[in-house]
Design a binder for this molecule. Sequence first.
Ligand code: HEC
Ligand code: HEC
Length: 290
Amino acid sequence: MIKRILKVLLFSVLGIVLVLLLFYVYVSWDFNQRAAKSYVYDVTVPNISYDSASLALGAHLSVIKGCRDCHNDDLGGRVMIDDPALGRVVPTNLTKGGVGAQYSLEDWVRALRHGIGPDQKPLLFMPAHETANMTDKDLAALIAYCTQSATVTRELPSIEIRPVGKLLNYFGKMHMFPVEMIDHDFIPPADMDKSVSPEFGEYLAVTCTGCHYSNFKGGSPQVPGSPPVPDITSTGNLANWTEGEFMQTLRTGTTPQGKMMQNEFMPWKMTSEFTDEELKSLYLYLKDHP
Ligand code: HEC
Ligand code: HEC
């Protein structure tokens, strides 16, 4: 009797293992298919100028768009995540000592507006959905700045997504294919009015969607080990904060409720670099966001 029960149990366990294995084979196949897909888009390079105003704007954008958080302060790249189960995520060396040496201006536009490399394959994990909406003027300034940045010689290993990374991607918990999240027909405006307004806030807030979700309601975190991501709309805490309290929070990482946030999970060192106009615009947009 006991023997029979054990036998049934053994076969059930083996069955479950087999089903899980087959499921993973499928997930891995799906990932590889998507990574190998070629995308073709016509790109138009906006008018790039290298005057000091453009380079200063580009430098500011490289901070508030998080380029430096991922690609390193010197844009020379780094190993951002290296986990045996999840994989190795390596924001590349963007300077002339790295990919910058081979990149044409078209390649820069293709990467930042469409999320694909010069080989037309998806750039993995690179949040191009947060740069795809940039105005021509901002994009041109950012490219001017990146292409002028000092050469950094740093050899880096290549990106490699391992089983847990593929599973998290499959379940939408980590976005490996930003190319799939972009509206490729969208034509960004040439320029925009950057005085305080909810419209300017909306333009800036795409940077927050990677973690706070596209409806800004928060939820489970994208970064391993991170606390849950809060709601930053009219139904969240910030609706009760004054403009001053909101700005204080994003500049110091401490909320009016006294919560001290870790920069690696909520990048407040990046938000502390937003100008007053930018923070005020974000506040106007978010506090009334339904
Ligand atoms: C969340 C982290 C993250 C942020 C923020 C980020 N990147 Fe990346 N970026 C990556 C990763 C990872 C790769 C490598 C993708 C790959 O190898 O498939 C990458 C690749 C690139 C590439 C393509 C380089 C190549 O290997 O062909 C360019 C260009 C680029 N990033 C520019 C930028 C700029 C400019 C910004 C700021 C607007 C930025 N990135 C912000 C993570 C990031
Ligand atoms: C890399 C992920 C990430 C990005 C990008 C990000 N946040 Fe956050 N944010 C978090 C996490 C995680 C928390 C919660 C931190 C904690 O509990 O310690 C948080 C907390 C906050 C809070 C505190 C809310 C509360 O109720 O306590 C505000 C306000 C906030 N974020 C605003 C923003 C804005 C505005 C942006 C875009 C400019 C942004 N965040 C971008 C991850 C992120």
